[in-house]
Design a binder for this molecule. Structure first.
Ligand code: GUN
Length: 297
Protein backbone atom coordinates (compact mmCIF):
# COMPACT_ATOMS: atom_id res chain seq x y z
CA UNK A 1 0.00 0.00 0.00
CA UNK A 2 1.28 3.43 -0.90
CA UNK A 3 1.16 5.67 2.17
CA UNK A 4 0.06 9.25 1.54
CA UNK A 5 1.95 12.00 3.39
CA UNK A 6 -0.58 14.45 4.82
CA UNK A 7 1.38 17.71 4.70
CA UNK A 8 0.06 20.58 6.75
CA UNK A 9 1.31 23.44 4.59
CA UNK A 10 -1.27 23.22 1.75
CA UNK A 11 -4.05 23.03 4.35
CA UNK A 12 -2.61 25.91 6.31
CA UNK A 13 -2.04 28.02 3.15
CA UNK A 14 -5.63 27.59 1.98
CA UNK A 15 -7.05 28.51 5.41
CA UNK A 16 -4.78 31.57 5.70
CA UNK A 17 -5.87 32.66 2.19
CA UNK A 18 -9.52 32.42 3.26
CA UNK A 19 -8.73 34.67 6.23
CA UNK A 20 -7.35 37.52 4.09
CA UNK A 21 -10.73 39.00 3.01
CA UNK A 22 -12.05 38.62 6.57
CA UNK A 23 -9.09 40.57 7.97
CA UNK A 24 -9.46 43.18 5.21
CA UNK A 25 -13.16 43.65 6.07
CA UNK A 26 -12.26 44.11 9.74
CA UNK A 27 -9.54 46.64 8.94
CA UNK A 28 -12.08 48.59 6.87
CA UNK A 29 -14.28 48.90 9.97
CA UNK A 30 -11.24 50.17 11.91
CA UNK A 31 -10.48 46.92 13.74
CA UNK A 32 -7.10 45.20 13.52
CA UNK A 33 -7.27 41.68 14.99
CA UNK A 34 -4.80 41.57 17.85
CA UNK A 35 -3.28 38.76 19.87
CA UNK A 36 -1.49 39.26 23.19
CA UNK A 37 0.92 36.43 24.03
CA UNK A 38 2.23 36.08 27.57
CA UNK A 39 5.44 34.16 28.07
CA UNK A 40 6.94 33.59 31.49
CA UNK A 41 10.62 32.63 31.67
CA UNK A 42 13.17 31.58 29.07
CA UNK A 43 12.05 28.22 27.70
CA UNK A 44 13.78 28.29 24.26
CA UNK A 45 11.06 26.26 22.49
CA UNK A 46 8.35 28.60 23.83
CA UNK A 47 10.29 31.62 22.60
CA UNK A 48 10.51 30.11 19.11
CA UNK A 49 6.73 29.38 19.09
CA UNK A 50 5.90 32.93 20.19
CA UNK A 51 8.25 34.42 17.59
CA UNK A 52 6.65 32.28 14.85
CA UNK A 53 3.21 33.36 16.01
CA UNK A 54 4.21 37.04 15.81
CA UNK A 55 5.54 36.56 12.26
CA UNK A 56 2.36 34.79 11.10
CA UNK A 57 0.17 37.56 12.53
CA UNK A 58 2.25 40.28 10.86
CA UNK A 59 2.04 38.48 7.51
CA UNK A 60 -1.76 38.51 7.70
CA UNK A 61 -1.83 42.24 8.65
CA UNK A 62 -2.86 41.32 12.19
CA UNK A 63 -1.16 42.53 15.34
CA UNK A 64 0.49 40.54 18.03
CA UNK A 65 2.19 41.76 21.15
CA UNK A 66 4.37 39.63 23.37
CA UNK A 67 4.49 40.15 27.13
CA UNK A 68 7.75 38.62 28.28
CA UNK A 69 7.75 38.11 32.05
CA UNK A 70 10.67 37.15 34.21
CA UNK A 71 10.91 33.44 35.17
CA UNK A 72 10.57 34.45 38.85
CA UNK A 73 7.30 36.36 38.29
CA UNK A 74 4.64 35.66 40.88
CA UNK A 75 1.13 34.44 40.12
CA UNK A 76 -0.10 37.92 41.02
CA UNK A 77 2.25 39.49 38.42
CA UNK A 78 0.85 37.24 35.70
CA UNK A 79 -2.78 37.77 36.78
CA UNK A 80 -2.26 41.55 36.74
CA UNK A 81 -1.13 41.41 33.09
CA UNK A 82 -4.08 39.15 32.19
CA UNK A 83 -6.56 41.51 33.90
CA UNK A 84 -5.16 44.45 31.97
CA UNK A 85 -5.46 42.59 28.67
CA UNK A 86 -8.98 41.32 29.52
CA UNK A 87 -10.02 44.97 29.88
CA UNK A 88 -8.19 46.27 26.80
CA UNK A 89 -10.72 46.52 23.93
CA UNK A 90 -7.94 46.54 21.29
CA UNK A 91 -6.95 42.97 22.30
CA UNK A 92 -9.10 40.18 20.82
CA UNK A 93 -7.07 37.15 21.84
CA UNK A 94 -4.96 36.30 24.88
CA UNK A 95 -2.59 33.38 24.92
CA UNK A 96 -0.53 32.18 27.88
CA UNK A 97 2.35 30.13 26.51
CA UNK A 98 2.65 26.73 28.17
CA UNK A 99 4.44 25.22 29.99
CA UNK A 100 4.58 27.81 32.79
CA UNK A 101 7.39 27.61 35.37
CA UNK A 102 6.63 25.05 38.09
CA UNK A 103 6.03 27.56 40.88
CA UNK A 104 2.99 28.98 39.05
CA UNK A 105 -0.52 27.52 39.24
CA UNK A 106 -1.32 27.02 35.54
CA UNK A 107 -5.01 26.36 36.22
CA UNK A 108 -5.52 29.60 38.17
CA UNK A 109 -3.78 31.52 35.41
CA UNK A 110 -5.68 29.93 32.50
CA UNK A 111 -8.98 30.40 34.37
CA UNK A 112 -8.32 34.15 34.62
CA UNK A 113 -8.28 34.71 30.83
CA UNK A 114 -11.65 36.07 29.72
CA UNK A 115 -13.51 33.23 27.94
CA UNK A 116 -14.29 35.77 25.20
CA UNK A 117 -10.57 36.26 24.48
CA UNK A 118 -9.46 32.70 25.18
CA UNK A 119 -8.23 31.94 21.64
CA UNK A 120 -6.42 28.81 22.90
CA UNK A 121 -9.77 27.41 24.07
CA UNK A 122 -8.30 26.33 27.41
CA UNK A 123 -10.74 28.11 29.75
CA UNK A 124 -13.09 25.63 31.48
CA UNK A 125 -16.12 27.51 30.14
CA UNK A 126 -14.86 27.00 26.58
CA UNK A 127 -13.90 23.37 27.24
CA UNK A 128 -17.43 22.85 28.63
CA UNK A 129 -19.03 24.44 25.57
CA UNK A 130 -16.89 22.18 23.37
CA UNK A 131 -18.07 19.08 25.27
CA UNK A 132 -21.63 20.31 24.95
CA UNK A 133 -21.22 20.52 21.16
CA UNK A 134 -21.59 24.28 21.07
CA UNK A 135 -17.97 25.47 20.82
CA UNK A 136 -16.86 29.04 21.29
CA UNK A 137 -13.09 28.69 20.70
CA UNK A 138 -11.75 25.25 19.71
CA UNK A 139 -8.21 24.47 20.97
CA UNK A 140 -5.84 25.10 18.06
CA UNK A 141 -3.98 21.80 17.66
CA UNK A 142 -7.05 19.49 17.72
CA UNK A 143 -8.84 21.97 15.44
CA UNK A 144 -5.86 21.81 13.06
CA UNK A 145 -6.04 18.01 13.06
CA UNK A 146 -9.70 18.16 12.00
CA UNK A 147 -8.82 20.56 9.19
CA UNK A 148 -6.13 18.16 7.90
CA UNK A 149 -8.64 15.29 7.96
CA UNK A 150 -11.17 17.49 6.14
CA UNK A 151 -8.69 18.74 3.51
CA UNK A 152 -7.49 15.23 2.59
CA UNK A 153 -11.01 13.74 2.68
CA UNK A 154 -10.13 11.23 5.37
CA UNK A 155 -13.43 9.74 6.50
CA UNK A 156 -14.19 10.04 10.23
CA UNK A 157 -17.86 9.14 10.71
CA UNK A 158 -18.39 5.59 11.98
CA UNK A 159 -14.66 4.84 12.15
CA UNK A 160 -12.70 3.92 15.26
CA UNK A 161 -10.35 6.72 16.31
CA UNK A 162 -7.71 5.78 18.86
CA UNK A 163 -6.15 8.74 20.66
CA UNK A 164 -2.86 8.15 22.47
CA UNK A 165 -2.46 10.87 25.11
CA UNK A 166 -4.97 12.54 27.43
CA UNK A 167 -3.63 16.11 27.74
CA UNK A 168 -5.98 19.06 28.18
CA UNK A 169 -4.33 20.66 25.12
CA UNK A 170 -4.75 17.79 22.63
CA UNK A 171 -6.09 14.41 23.81
CA UNK A 172 -9.21 15.49 25.71
CA UNK A 173 -10.46 18.15 23.24
CA UNK A 174 -9.65 15.78 20.36
CA UNK A 175 -11.97 13.22 21.98
CA UNK A 176 -14.72 15.85 22.33
CA UNK A 177 -14.43 16.76 18.64
CA UNK A 178 -14.16 13.29 17.09
CA UNK A 179 -17.04 11.89 19.19
CA UNK A 180 -19.26 14.93 18.52
CA UNK A 181 -22.37 14.66 16.37
CA UNK A 182 -21.24 16.80 13.41
CA UNK A 183 -19.81 16.34 9.94
CA UNK A 184 -16.17 15.89 11.08
CA UNK A 185 -17.12 13.77 14.09
CA UNK A 186 -19.34 10.73 14.69
CA UNK A 187 -16.32 8.50 15.31
CA UNK A 188 -16.11 5.80 17.96
CA UNK A 189 -13.28 7.08 20.14
CA UNK A 190 -10.85 5.34 22.48
CA UNK A 191 -8.39 7.31 24.62
CA UNK A 192 -5.17 5.54 25.64
CA UNK A 193 -2.62 6.94 28.11
CA UNK A 194 0.40 6.07 30.22
CA UNK A 195 -1.56 3.58 32.35
CA UNK A 196 -3.10 1.77 29.37
CA UNK A 197 -2.19 -1.92 29.46
CA UNK A 198 -1.13 -3.43 26.13
CA UNK A 199 -1.29 -0.20 24.11
CA UNK A 200 -0.72 -2.07 20.83
CA UNK A 201 -3.91 -4.09 21.29
CA UNK A 202 -5.82 -0.77 21.09
CA UNK A 203 -3.80 1.02 18.40
CA UNK A 204 -4.17 -2.08 16.16
CA UNK A 205 -7.93 -1.48 16.22
CA UNK A 206 -7.62 2.14 15.12
CA UNK A 207 -8.93 3.20 11.71
CA UNK A 208 -7.56 6.61 12.72
CA UNK A 209 -4.73 7.03 15.21
CA UNK A 210 -4.03 10.35 16.88
CA UNK A 211 -0.58 10.12 18.47
CA UNK A 212 -0.26 12.85 21.11
CA UNK A 213 1.71 11.29 23.93
CA UNK A 214 4.93 13.29 23.70
CA UNK A 215 7.10 10.20 23.37
CA UNK A 216 9.52 9.92 20.43
CA UNK A 217 8.84 7.15 17.87
CA UNK A 218 6.53 5.24 20.23
CA UNK A 219 3.99 4.14 17.57
CA UNK A 220 5.59 1.64 15.23
CA UNK A 221 4.41 -0.23 12.14
CA UNK A 222 3.70 -3.42 14.09
CA UNK A 223 1.21 -1.50 16.28
CA UNK A 224 -1.12 -0.35 13.52
CA UNK A 225 -3.75 -1.84 11.30
CA UNK A 226 -3.29 -1.95 7.52
CA UNK A 227 -4.90 1.11 5.94
CA UNK A 228 -4.99 3.23 9.11
CA UNK A 229 -4.84 7.02 8.86
CA UNK A 230 -2.28 8.35 11.31
CA UNK A 231 -2.03 11.85 12.70
CA UNK A 232 1.23 12.51 14.51
CA UNK A 233 0.92 15.41 16.95
CA UNK A 234 4.27 14.77 18.65
CA UNK A 235 7.26 17.09 18.34
CA UNK A 236 10.19 15.58 20.24
CA UNK A 237 13.84 16.60 20.27
CA UNK A 238 16.17 13.65 19.87
CA UNK A 239 19.93 14.20 20.23
CA UNK A 240 22.06 13.48 17.17
CA UNK A 241 25.36 14.44 15.53
CA UNK A 242 23.93 17.29 13.42
CA UNK A 243 25.06 20.89 13.78
CA UNK A 244 22.04 21.71 15.95
CA UNK A 245 22.72 18.69 18.14
CA UNK A 246 19.18 17.33 17.80
CA UNK A 247 16.49 16.41 15.30
CA UNK A 248 12.73 16.75 15.62
CA UNK A 249 10.76 13.52 15.50
CA UNK A 250 7.13 12.70 16.13
CA UNK A 251 5.42 10.16 18.35
CA UNK A 252 5.16 7.91 15.29
CA UNK A 253 8.10 6.07 13.79
CA UNK A 254 7.17 7.30 10.31
CA UNK A 255 9.50 4.99 8.36
CA UNK A 256 8.06 1.90 10.02
CA UNK A 257 4.44 2.74 9.14
CA UNK A 258 5.19 3.47 5.46
CA UNK A 259 3.53 0.84 3.28
CA UNK A 260 1.14 -0.20 6.06
CA UNK A 261 -0.77 3.01 6.83
CA UNK A 262 -3.09 4.63 4.30
CA UNK A 263 -1.75 8.03 5.34
CA UNK A 264 0.45 9.71 7.92
CA UNK A 265 1.32 13.31 8.81
CA UNK A 266 5.07 14.02 8.63
CA UNK A 267 7.05 15.60 11.50
CA UNK A 268 8.01 18.32 10.95
CA UNK A 269 5.55 19.70 8.39
CA UNK A 270 2.33 17.92 9.34
CA UNK A 271 0.22 19.13 12.27
CA UNK A 272 2.83 21.74 13.28
CA UNK A 273 1.98 24.36 10.63
CA UNK A 274 -1.72 24.08 11.52
CA UNK A 275 -1.58 25.23 15.15
CA UNK A 276 -0.67 28.85 14.46
CA UNK A 277 -3.14 28.95 11.56
CA UNK A 278 -5.97 27.91 13.86
CA UNK A 279 -4.83 30.55 16.35
CA UNK A 280 -5.20 33.11 13.54
CA UNK A 281 -8.68 31.74 12.79
CA UNK A 282 -9.72 32.07 16.46
CA UNK A 283 -8.30 35.59 16.80
CA UNK A 284 -9.97 36.83 13.60
CA UNK A 285 -13.25 35.21 14.71
CA UNK A 286 -12.93 36.92 18.09
CA UNK A 287 -12.39 40.30 16.41
CA UNK A 288 -15.45 39.70 14.21
CA UNK A 289 -17.53 39.06 17.33
CA UNK A 290 -16.54 42.54 18.55
CA UNK A 291 -17.86 44.09 15.33
CA UNK A 292 -21.12 42.15 15.71
CA UNK A 293 -21.40 43.42 19.29
CA UNK A 294 -20.87 47.04 18.25
CA UNK A 295 -23.27 46.67 15.30
CA UNK A 296 -25.90 45.28 17.68
CA UNK A 297 -25.86 48.34 19.92
N1 GUN B 1 2.40 24.99 24.43
C1 GUN B 1 2.36 23.94 23.57
N2 GUN B 1 1.26 24.02 22.78
C2 GUN B 1 0.60 25.12 23.17
C3 GUN B 1 -0.62 25.73 22.72
O1 GUN B 1 -1.32 25.26 21.81
N3 GUN B 1 -0.96 26.88 23.37
C4 GUN B 1 -0.21 27.41 24.36
N4 GUN B 1 -0.64 28.51 24.94
N5 GUN B 1 0.90 26.86 24.79
C5 GUN B 1 1.30 25.73 24.19
Amino acid sequence: METLLLKGKPVSDSIRLSLEPRVQALIETGIVPKLAAIIVGDDPASKVYVRNKARAFRKLNCESQTYQLNSKSSEKDVLTVIDRLNNDPSVHGILVQLPLPNHLDSKAILHRVSPNKDVDGFHPENLGLLLEGNPNFIPCTPHGVLEILRHYDIPVSGRHAVIVGRSNIVGKPMFALLAQKFEMGNATVTICHTRTKDLASFTKQGDIIIAAAGSANMITGDMIKEGADIIDVGINRVDDDSEKGYILVGDVNTKSVMGIANSVTPVPGGVGPMTITMLLVNTVTSAEKCVELVAGW
